[in-house]
Design a binder for this molecule. Sequence first.
Ligand SMILES: *Cc1c(COP(=O)(O)O)cnc(C)c1O
Length: 353
Amino acid sequence: MSRFLSERFSNIEPYTPGEQPKVSNLIKLNTNESPFPPSPKVIEALNNEELSKLNLYSDPDTKEVIDAIAKTFGVSSNQILMGNGSDEILAFAFQAFCDKVNEPCFADITYGFYPVFCELYGLEPEIIPLKDDLSIGIKDYIGKNKPIFIANPNAPTGLALSLTDIEKILESNKDSVVLIDEAYVDFGAESAVSLVDKYDNLIVSRTFSKSRNLAGARIGFAISTPELIADMCKMKFSFNPYNLNRLSIIAGKESVLDTEYFNRCISEIISNREYTVNELTKRGFTIPDSKANFIFAKHNTLSGEEYFNELRKRNIVVRYFSKERIKDYVRITIGSIEQMKALIEATDEILKG
Ligand SMILES: *Cc1c(COP(=O)(O)O)cnc(C)c1O
């Protein structure tokens, strides 16, 4: 730390992203990326003509990609805001809707970035413990009267809430913003996008990083009411008006329009997830019912840390969290079938000891 850093940040603990190793012979199952390349339509559209326009700023209104999303999701363009990844959407939401009288609340085990935004913006969140089975207790969120942040499906558990339960939360917190972080919803959970016209306190955040194979392009978005979108838009234009670059606007548009490729990738991930859950369960693992592109696995004898370390020795990287309640688990991203077979093979070797 330099002697110039503002006092307010002297204790900040930044988010720790999963490792992005430089060596190429690794099976990388640690950051929930897709094992598949972006849609061929995306690759085709990012041509020399587009590259040669990089001397010009991107469209601050990101109109092309917003219109494509609006069409696909059946909402109006003024109900969408693009973010540089959905992390930026979350940043705008914490900044715009939380303060000393509206302190946010979220689960003890959830996306690790929520508490970091709270530190960054000087917020004091209420932390609501998950139930013993690691599911979200709906009753704990009834009538909270504060901004609520819920990842659905939750990370790193993979467990999803039903739309009925989400509606109960919205219904009982009409005077507070409820943000549903749907980073993983495409892998089998129910989306709350259908509720944005019914509840004026709902924000749904989405990302192209997981289900649209574009983590490196940094594209996220929010769907909400025109009013909440306009509020977050003020944050964007007070921070970085050109938050999406020219190439990402094109990539996002082409990707969202290629429904067929999207569906194919999703089905394959879901099928690989079922394969992996089956095989690991046979070998003594317990796994909550995942609706995401990762699973959260705990073995009946092998510790989480040991399994993580042993896999790493065999060039397979997964994610381990040392946090007390979940330290027996590892989070495994669902990759290609070849990658998952290699994981099972390595697991057999490790269990043989
Ligand atoms: C990955 C993830 C995000 C953010 O993804 P971006 O790459 O910033 O779009 C947001 N929420 C959850 C729960 C995630 O796992």
